[in-house]
Ligand binder design. Structure first.
Ligand code: HAM
Length: 422
């Protein structure tokens, strides 16, 4: 076939989708327990929502946004991430005006023009949580604990929580200078991308996946040792909240996140279980984001987890959350008289909440109808032909035990309503 789905944009169906929905449902239940309410923002946004917040030098703004045709004076894009859209919505609807903590979650598709590979897609889904109007380190810890609870409940195998502080506008400038001085003699051994990053966003070198850049990043001066007093205190309290709640984490000074809007706490949940794309989820604090929209700042902290990477990790760990969905009955009418009896009965049972599959071609042989019933996974097959009608008894075949019994046609509905799946 010539026309196919766009590379990196997947169709979701069958048991994969059922498992996905079961996982989403469990996540939403946990969001509910933590007091998070859903928000849905549009797929298409004004490009400035991201160019002014995520950062001009970020991969997202530089090369990953899908532009959408609007009117001549509009610059529109498909949403590449949820937090900037969320803050735009908060400001637009004054959701922060109460000055009380507000908790929201979303479960939405995102779009980034990337080179697709396992766990890296162009359309992917994020489940995210955002907590606004709470500047405390306890709020940062709540976000990490919420994400940890989700992964624990879902039995995600082998993940690690890595935390860091990316400081603030007070401590970052002098740290950038320190970092530049460190990397200057090593410039020729940095990858081409990082040589460009050196001038404009030197901290991103710490996050580079290139081996020689990573080796240099390991011994680079750490921001955590160069924080201002306020950021240092915030970080210590953040750690304490995690320790006091028994949340296991590692300090990782290379967590700088690929988005510009973070300050103070930043974290990632990683796994080596799903190959190269090891970041399962990430987030942090973004107190200054509103100023990038020209508005008064309000505190915000949140995370987003990648649904595809979560499903990959669960599949690797052989963790299933959905029971396979199977019909209770498969109706097999042999001949037109049987069809007339079974067709209305099948809907009567459906109205009572019983899943019945029926073969509508009553001219088909019983043998071929039984094959269809077998494939459907139904617990029972109900067989009706002229002989059975004459005798007033239908055949009910137990598809699991391969036994059968006769049931009266006169009381068929009551009889079938009383059975359970095998
Ligand atoms: P992010 O680190 O860009 O953060 O993305 C979060 C998660 O989305 C990643 O850890 C990964 O699981 C998934 N993800 C990202 N890109 C792809 C892709 N191309 N294919 C598949 N999965 C992907 C954010 O987006 C922030 N908005 C998180 C946040 C919320 N910060 C504060 N609040």
């Amino acid at each position: 076939m010539e026309i196919r789905a766009i590379r990196g944009m997947n169709d979701l169906f069958g048991s994969d989708l059922e498992n996905w929905l079961a996982v989403e449902k469990k996540i939403e239940t946990i969001f509910g327990t933590f007091g998070y309410r859903e928000i849905r923002t549009p797929v298409v946004e004004d490009k400035r929502v991201f160019s002014q917040t995520v950062g001009d030098d970020s991969d997202i703004v530089q090369k990953q946004m899908y532009e959408v045709k609007g009117s001549a004076d509009e610059s529109l894009v498909l949403r590449p991430e949820g937090t900037a859209s969320f803050v735009r919505a908060v400001l637009e609807h004054g959701l922060h005006n109460s000055n009380h903590p507000q908790r929201y979650f979303y479960s939405l598709p995102m779009f980034r023009y990337e080179r697709p590979q396992k766990g890296r897609l162009r359309q992917f889904y994020q489940c995210g949580a955002e907590l606004i109007n709470d500047p405390t380190p306890a709020a940062d810890a709540e976000i990490v604990i919420l994400l940890d609870s989700i992964y624990q409940t879902l039995k995600v195998p082998q993940y690690t929580i890595k935390i860091n502080s990316v400081g603030c506008e007070q401590c970052r400038p002098s740290y950038r200078d320190t970092l530049k001085a460190y990397f200057r003699p090593h410039l020729p051994s940095l990858c081409a991308e990082c040589q460009k990053r050196y001038e404009r966003s030197v901290m991103r070198i710490l996050d580079c996946k290139n081996e020689s850049c990573q080796a240099l990043a390991k011994t680079a001066p750490k921001l955590i040792d160069n924080l201002c007093a306020i950021c240092k205190e915030h970080h210590v309290k953040f750690r304490t909240c995690l320790i006091e709640t028994g949340t296991k984490f590692e300090e990782d000074p290379t967590i700088v996140r690929g988005l510009d809007y973070y300050s103070q706490s930043a974290f990632e949940f990683t796994t080596t279980f799903i190959g190269a794309q090891n970041s399962l989820a990430g987030g942090g604090r973004y107190d200054g984001m509103a100023t990038r929209f020209g508005a008064k700042p309000f505190p915000g902290v949140g995370f987003a987890l990648g649904m595809e990477r979560l499903m990959l990790a669960l599949a690797e760990g052989k963790v299933l959350h959905a029971q396979p969905l199977l019909p209770l009955y498969s109706f097999l009418p042999v001949g037109p008289r049987a069809f007339e009896i079974l067709y209305p009965l099948s809907f009567e049972l459906k109205r009572h909440g019983v899943w019945v599959e029926m073969n509508y071609d009553a001219d088909k042989s019983l043998k071929s109808q039984l094959k269809t019933a077998d494939r459907s996974g139904a617990s029972f097959a109900l067989i009706l032909g002229d002989t059975e009608i004459e005798n007033g008894m239908a055949i009910l075949k137990n598809m699991k035990q391969h036994t059968q019994e006769l049931v009266s046609i006169a009381t068929l509905q009551e009889e079938l309503l009383g059975r359970k799946a095998l």
